[in-house]
Design a protein around this ligand. Structure first.
Ligand SMILES: [Ca+2]
Length: 195
């Protein structure tokens, strides 16, 4: 088993070493690095979103990448996820968020579905994906939230919006607000145009 693990790690290392040229652009029509697996430099066990994660920025020192809370569902989500620490885990009582550093190009007036995996640890908190309150480039629009509905389990949530008639680009984010007591996790964030 140890040999297998060693070979796996060597394979992973080779993959990481050779993946430089294949890194996704932070701009485009899809959520950049929405599965949170591409790093600026290799984190040991975790670290600040701003220090390690490509194409995303965190609102505070409580917004980190981690491999904690292993996902029990589709392995395609990969090991890394974003965690926003609440007061129960040593964070401060202020709301946290993680947002794309650049803009995602959209077609004005078109409908889009934002989806992703969320885990809320405390029922007093709100954990959701949104479009940064509908602040679009070229024009604001009515935002929608993909809200976590339960606690302690990963759940896939979606929200549909119609961007404004002059909106040409959007940002997406994952937020924890409310009482800010528990850790909040997000992973696998995607954006698809609807017909
Ligand atoms: Ca991931």
């Amino acid at each position: 088993m140890k040999t297998n693990r060693f070979l796996f790690l060597m394979g992973l290392l080779a993959l990481l070493t050779n993946s430089g040229a294949a890194l996704a652009q932070c701009s485009g029509t899809s959520v950049p690095n929405g599965f949170f697996e591409e790093m600026k430099s290799a984190p040991a066990q975790g670290g600040l979103v701003g220090d390690y994660l490509r194409c995303w920025q965190g609102s505070s020192l409580d917004v980190v990448i981690t491999t904690d809370h292993p996902f029990a569902g589709p392995p395609s989500l990969g090991p890394w996820k974003v965690a926003m620490r609440g007061t129960n885990q040593g964070g401060d009582p202020i709301a946290d968020s993680v947002i794309t550093t650049s803009w995602i190009t959209v077609t004005p007036g078109k409908r889009y579905r934002l989806g992703g995996w969320l885990l809320r640890a405390n029922t007093a908190d709100n954990v959701y994906l949104d479009f940064n309150d509908g602040r679009g480039q070229g024009g604001y629009f009515q935002d929608a939230q993909a809200m976590a509905a339960t606690t302690g389990v990963w759940e896939y949530r979606t929200a549909d919006v119609q961007v404004g008639p002059w909106t040409t680009a959007v940002q997406v984010r994952c937020v924890r607000d409310g009482a800010n007591r528990g850790n909040a996790y997000c992973d696998g964030v995607t954006l698809f145009p609807l017909n």
